[in-house]
Design a protein around this ligand. Structure first.
Ligand code: NI
Length: 135
């Protein structure tokens, strides 16, 4: 089907630059891939199978109470937290990698809370595997 889309010119310019970098031959293919990824992500959220994932946080530990807040959330969610690795990157920056298990929407909720904390410069949730009860 052909559809027409209204989009801000600045956003379209950035989209075109990015799809050129990714070697897409046209916008339609890039758009279809985006829609597919969006739908897959939504389907993930409704899964009732437990998964394991990692939240990676880069933050400035000078930000008021940030270390405490990150620790508090992990204690509160201790049934979902498997383990944590902390890296002191330089004088101010820390990376925390937190392994978590649970339903996809639980992982998303926990990572959203962590990533939205003031002082977190970058954060990402990667869902790595599905827990298999048969093994
Ligand atoms: Ni540190």
């Amino acid at each position: 089907m052909r559809i027409s889309v209204t989009i801000d010119s600045d956003l379209l310019k950035r989209f075109d630059q990015t799809i050129n970098k990714k070697k897409y031959e046209n916008r339609s293919k890039a758009f279809r891939d985006l829609v597919t990824n969006f739908l897959i992500e939504e389907e993930w959220q409704s899964l009732t199978t437990k998964v394991i994932g990692f939240v990676t946080l880069l933050y400035n530990h000078d930000t008021k109470r940030i270390t405490e807040k990150i620790t508090d959330i992990q204690h509160e969610m201790s049934k979902n937290i498997i383990s944590t690795m902390h890296i002191h990157v330089d004088r101010h920056n820390c990376v925390e990698m937190i392994a978590i298990r649970g339903l996809p929407h639980e992982l998303t909720q926990i990572s959203d809370r962590l990533i939205s904390l003031k002082g977190v410069k970058h954060g990402k949730l990667v869902i790595s595997s599905i827990e298999n009860d048969r093994d």
